[in-house]
Structures are given as structure tokens and as C-alpha cells.
Write a protein that binds this ligand. Structure first.
Ligand SMILES: Nc1nc2c(c(=O)[nH]1)N[C@H]1C(S)=C(S)[C@@H](COP(=O)(O)OP(=O)(O)OC[C@H]3O[C@@H](n4cnc5c(N)ncnc54)[C@H](O)[C@@H]3O)O[C@H]1N2
Ligand code: MOO
Length: 391
């Protein structure tokens, strides 16, 4: 059986960023830069006034001094000339500061009479001028290739006079469930039936990682039905079948996959939950098969589907591991590396009391998974554990 580390490496074999596409400034959030994004101009492009007032020479700022107003500099229309000794230019916030001025005295600090202003408050030091380029300079790298863009980047790129951004294509991820007992939400359940729930979380997680999830539906427990789902999924970059991965008489997913011509890369991982996780390739699609138990499916998605989606989406990413002290004791671990749903808060981490692999509700409060190495000893409260952030 592969270790988690070996399984991640196997899932990522030959996985590279998909081709790039050019997109406009709207809708960049969550996309991954395919190339470095370089500023096309300096921002601010000129020394600009931060206040409404008068552009002056600081050396003239003696209390009671009178200065002659030479003209006006509104935003967008620079003053044509420079500020000499004993002179001032009326200026407004955002306007280019004229040559010669090294200070803007705010209008509240002067008295104006015709074309003369009198300084009536002492000025401590030159201020109220934003130097050109204090935000960024032409040629600066505003986002690196592989960087995930967020809400602010559209505005940054716009300020840098860029209109199109090269981002990686989002991997298409075909998800399907499998099991005759699964009924859609809203159905009146017959004895033995349960609601098909996992894919709602899975699709949302895949989208958050930068993939385009498409839910294909639920195959029944027969090879023909499952083969049909694999055929339909083969157009995608990744296929994620959920359930039917174990050794039961009705677990047909891997045999259906093999009959479709799929090649298995691994069939089991030494992890809890999620031992039946498997991986393979079918035509151009990569396949990561997840166990059907909800916690097993979602933990293994975070461990194995996440790095693949992020890699194909072009992101430079490493699982965000950290350490914290336990808020509750932990029993010794068995022979499989374990990932426990937990809530990390204020430097402490609390594992959910029941880690059964069928439970969904503990995920509501969980923002992290505690990693327990195989055969890790029991730990008391305050014991240090390693964990990986879920979100
Ligand atoms: N004899 C053995 N039995 C089992 C083994 C084993 O090694 N030997 N492994 C166990 C482990 S570990 C897991 S995990 C499960 C996973 O098995 P499958 O992937 O075949 O999952 P299913 O049997 O299809 O389903 C398990 C469980 O989850 C429910 N389920 C499935 N899909 C969904 C869905 N989309 N939404 C909600 N719930 C779902 C399903 O009804 C079952 O209750 O196998 C153990 N058995
Ligand atoms: O590994 Mo299974 O995922 O424990 O329940």
C-alpha cells in the first residue's frame, strides 16, 4: 500500500499547468496567472497632491508669510510652470504637483485674500505629496506566474494600464457518484436508501481549488452504467468517481474502469479515512477514485484531488501545514497515517470527538485536518500536533 506522500506523487506524475488563455479584468478572482504580470506604467504616474490646498516651497512656510497665487492645478490638468520663491499654486487632491513645490499646505491652514495667501499655521515638515511610483513602478512584477489572483488584482492591473491577463485554463473535473442506495435530496426515502450528498461539497471544493466541476450524476451498481459514466467523463481533464471503490460484491467502479481501457496507477493508500482511494488514467483523463463514505471522500479529495486540480490549474502550491497545541487528548494512532477533522483557533486545535468516516456534520466546524503519523503515540491536552488547513 502506498503512503500518502507516495500517492500524492503518483497522482501528480506528469501533471502540468494546462494551456493559457487571455481574460479581461472582470472575473480574475481565483484564476492563476500563467505568466508574470508586468506593470505597464508607474503608479502614481506623477508626484500628486494628497490634499486640497496650495503647492508651495516648504522653505517659505514661516507663520504669517504671504505668497502669491500663480495659477491653479486641478486633477487632470497640470499647472504649466513652476513654483518659485514666495509663490503658490492652488492645487486639488490627485493633481500633479508643479515643479519647484515640495509641500502642499492645506487650505484650512491659510487665509486667502484675492491672489495672496497668508500662512496661519506652522508647518512641521514637507508633506501632502505622494511621490511618483510609491505604489509600483513600470516593469514591476505585479503577480508571478503560478500565483492565485484575488479580488484586488483586477484593480491593480487596471491601475497599471493592463487590459488582458494570461491565466491558465481551469481543469474540467467530471464527478460522478455510484450506488443503488443513493437518492437525490427531496426524495421520500425507502428503507435502506440514503441521500446522495457528497458531490455538493466536492464540486464546491474543486471550484475553490481552481477547477471547473461538472457533476455527471449517479451511476447504479452495475458495470454497464458505470462504464457509461467513464465514457462521458473521458472528455474531462480529471474524472472523480465517488464510491464503489472498496472490495464489496457491488463495488464495480474499478472493474468498469478496466473494461473501458483504463490503467490503474494505484489501488489503495495507507490513510485513514480513505484506504480505498485509487488512481489511474483513461485516454486523456486522469482519474482519482474516492471512497463513498462522506468523510473518506472529502478528506481524500483534500489530500489527493486538491494538489492535482491546483497543479493543472497552474498554481504553485504546497499543502499549508502548521502546528498547534491540542485542546483535547488524542489516542495512539494505528498503522495508517490519519487525518482528523479539527477546528484550529487561537493557536489551539480541537479534534472532532467522533471521527467515523460516515460523518459529514463535523466538517461544518472543521477548518483543518490533524495529521497523525502511523503508530503515533497517544497525546495529552497541550501536546503539539501538525495539521493542514482545509480553508
Ligand atoms: N471488507 C472490507 N470492507 C470495507 C473496506 C475494506 O478494506 N474491506 N474498506 C472500508 C473503507 S475504509 C471504506 S472508506 C468503505 C468505502 O467503500 P466504497 O468506496 O466502496 O464506498 P461505498 O460502499 O460505495 O459507500 C460507502 C458508504 O458511503 C455511502 N455513500 C456512497 N456514496 C455516497 C454519496 N455520494 N453521498 C452520500 N453517501 C454516500 C454509502 O451509502 C455507504 O454507506 O468501504 C469499507 N468497507
Ligand atoms: O478508510 Mo475508510 O475511508 O476508513 O472509512
Amino acid at each position: 500500500m502506498l503512503s500518502v506522500e507516495e500517492a500524492i506523487a503518483a497522482v501528480l506524475t506528469d501533471a502540468e499547468a494546462l494551456s493559457a488563455e487571455s481574460v479581461s479584468l472582470n472575473g480574475l478572482t481565483g484564476r492563476i496567472a500563467a505568466q508574470d504580470v508586468i506593470a505597464r506604467l508607474t503608479q502614481p504616474p506623477f508626484a500628486a497632491s494628497a490634499m486640497d490646498g496650495y503647492a508651495v516651497r516648504f522653505a517659505d512656510m514661516k507663520q504669517g508669510a504671504a505668497l502669491k497665487v500663480m495659477g491653479e492645478a486641478p486633477a487632470g490638468a497640470p499647472f504649466d510652470g513652476s513654483v518659485g520663491e514666495g509663490e503658490a499654486v492652488r492645487i486639488f487632491t490627485g493633481a500633479a504637483v508643479p515643479e519647484g513645490a515640495d509641500h502642499v499646505i492645506i487650505q484650512e491652514d491659510v487665509t486667502r485674500d484675492g491672489e495672496t495667501i497668508t500662512v496661519n499655521a506652522s508647518q512641521e515638515k514637507p508633506r501632502n505629496i505622494r511621490a511618483a511610483g510609491i505604489d509600483f513602478k513600470e516593469g514591476d512584477v505585479l503577480a508571478h506566474a503560478g500565483e492565485r489572483l484575488h479580488e484586488i488584482h483586477g484593480a491593480i492591473f487596471a491601475a497599471a494600464n493592463i487590459v488582458k491577463i494570461s491565466v491558465c485554463r481551469r481543469p474540467k473535473v467530471a464527478v460522478f457518484s455510484n450506488g443503488d442506495e443513493l437518492m437525490e435530496p427531496g426524495t421520500d426515502l425507502k428503507p435502506g436508501q440514503i441521500v446522495n450528498s457528497n458531490h455538493y461539497a466536492l464540486s464546491a471544493m474543486i471550484a475553490a481549488w481552481g477547477g471547473e466541476a461538472a457533476y455527471f450524476g449517479c451511476a447504479s451498481d452495475d458495470e454497464e452504467s458505470i462504464r457509461d459514466y467513464f465514457r462521458r467523463g473521458a472528455e474531462a481533464d480529471v474524472i472523480v468517481p465517488v464510491g464503489g471503490a472498496s472490495v464489496g460484491d457491488y463495488d464495480y467502479v474499478k472493474s468498469a474502469f478496466a473494461k473501458e481501457g483504463g490503467e490503474i496507477r494505484f489501488e489503495k493508500v495507507a490513510v485513514r479515512p480513505g484506504k480505498p482511494t485509487w488512481c489511474g488514467a483513461l485516454k486523456g483523463a486522469r482519474v482519482v477514485g474516492l471512497p463513498g463514505n462522506p468523510a473518506s471522500a472529502l478528506v481524500t479529495a483534500a489530500l489527493f484531488v486538491q494538489p492535482l486540480v491546483r497543479r493543472l490549474a497552474g498554481e504553485t502550491w504546497a499543502a499549508p501545514f502548521a502546528t498547534a497545541r491540542l485542546a483535547a487528548p488524542l489516542a495512539a494512532n494505528g498503522g495508517r497515517e490519519a487525518y482528523l477533522r479539527a477546528e484550529a483557533k487561537n493557536g489551539r486545535i480541537a479534534p472532532a470527538p467522533n471521527q467515523d468516516s460516515s460523518l459529514l456534520f463535523p466538517f461544518a466546524a472543521a477548518n483543518a485536518l490533524i495529521r497523525r503519523p502511523a503508530h503515533a503515540p497517544a497525546l495529552e491536552v497541550d501536546g503539539e500536533v501538525e495539521f493542514v488547513w482545509l480553508r
